[in-house]
Design a protein around this ligand. Structure first.
Ligand code: CDT
Length: 320
């Protein structure tokens, strides 16, 4: 078996006023917990170092800039400690953050940090940006202004092999970010590269009727249940139909005492089975042992793409 122990570090409420040191110390605590449980890789949520700021219409450029990471994520004062600690503990990290690139472009990004080589092995920039450019007219609505603050990712869905100095497990991994997980095309692009572990951090609103286009008078608890159902549905479906493990990590809880985000961080196997699942909507680490060889069954039988796909009929998928 090619078994690796994977973890998700779910993060609970993170408010607009929370200082970065406070949030970073929570991330370090989660890192130590994952390492103590002998996880070899831990996934953090989308935009993990701050609150989920795309929900606010921010006019002040300095405030907006404060949510972004500028320069090298490995050495910047706001983030360096996470990576140096991961290196000391010998645990890989995948983490999401708002990226201010050197050319001035801004992306919703995640990276894979490889502790052994102290390097960023792969970078992904979110492709499916949900929500709107303009805020809703209703001041009570929860906004999702990702189209305002980010450009669509320009790096594609590139799988990558993670070196395994201790052995020959070398998992093929791929990253997606939040809304990407709802799109079968994203999964298939990774699946076609033989992906064995898909990593996906997310911030998913619970009760937010404007965003979801649902009834404003709906029961908030029922709306949360539906949002959680859709999250698990796509993680399990994507994992199964691409014969891959997946790890998802939520930023969740009640931000600013007002904005609810679902939990439900989970690790899913290649048959679509849930192997581990968060119980709370707070800071929590989940772990699972994942034998990558279990992907072989799906990849060589039901979802052997080379033998069974009928691409001559799929043209519409890539038409504009
Ligand atoms: N962060 C993110 O991508 N959230 C979206 C919300 C959808 S808004 C209708 C998600 O797909 O979970």
């Amino acid at each position: 078996p090619r078994t690796i122990r994977l973890a998700a570090a779910q993060m609970g409420a993170t408010n607009r006023t929370d200082g970065r040191p406070q949030t970073l110390s929570r991330m370090l605590k989660l890192l130590r917990s994952a390492a103590a449980q002998k996880a070899e890789m831990v996934l953090y949520p989308e935009i993990a170092f701050t609150t989920f700021f795309p929900r606010y219409l921010i006019h002040d450029p300095d405030e907006l800039a404060s949510y972004f990471e500028h320069g090298s994520i490995l050495t910047s004062t706001n983030t360096a400690l996470l990576f140096s600690t991961a290196r000391e503990l010998g645990i890989d990290i995948s983490v999401g953050f708002a990226e201010a690139a050197d050319d001035g472009k801004r992306f919703n990004t995640s990276i894979y940090y490889h502790a052994n080589s102290n390097s960023v092995l792969a970078k992904y920039r979110k492709i499916h940006l949900p929500g709107d450019f303009e805020p809703f007219a209703d001041p009570e609505a929860t906004n999702q202004l990702e189209k305002r603050y980010f450009l669509p990712g320009d790096l594609g869905f590139e799988a990558f092999r993670v070196p395994d100095p201790a052995g020959d497990r070398e998992p093929i991994m791929g990253m997606m970010i939040c809304n990407d997980r709802r799109w079968s095309e994203a999964w298939r692009c990774l699946g076609l590269q033989g992906v064995e572990v898909v990593l996906c951090g997310y911030n998913t609103a619970g009760f937010a009727p404007h965003l979801w286009g649902s009834d404003k008078n709906a029961d908030p608890a029922q709306a949360e249940t539906t949002a959680l159902f859709h999250h698990k549905l796509v993680m399990q479906h994507g994992s199964y139909t691409n014969a891959t493990f997946s790890v998802s990590a939520a930023r969740c809880g009640m931000d600013d005492g007002k904005y609810s985000l679902i939990g439900g961080s989970c690790i899913v196997g290649p048959e679509g089975n849930i192997l581990a699942e968060a119980k709370s909507t707070e800071d929590e680490v989940i772990v699972a042992d994942c034998d990558l060889d279990l992907c072989t069954q799906g990849k060589t039988r039901t979802f052997d793409f080379g033998r069974h796909r009928r691409t001559e009929h799929y043209g519409r998928i890539v038409e504009q």
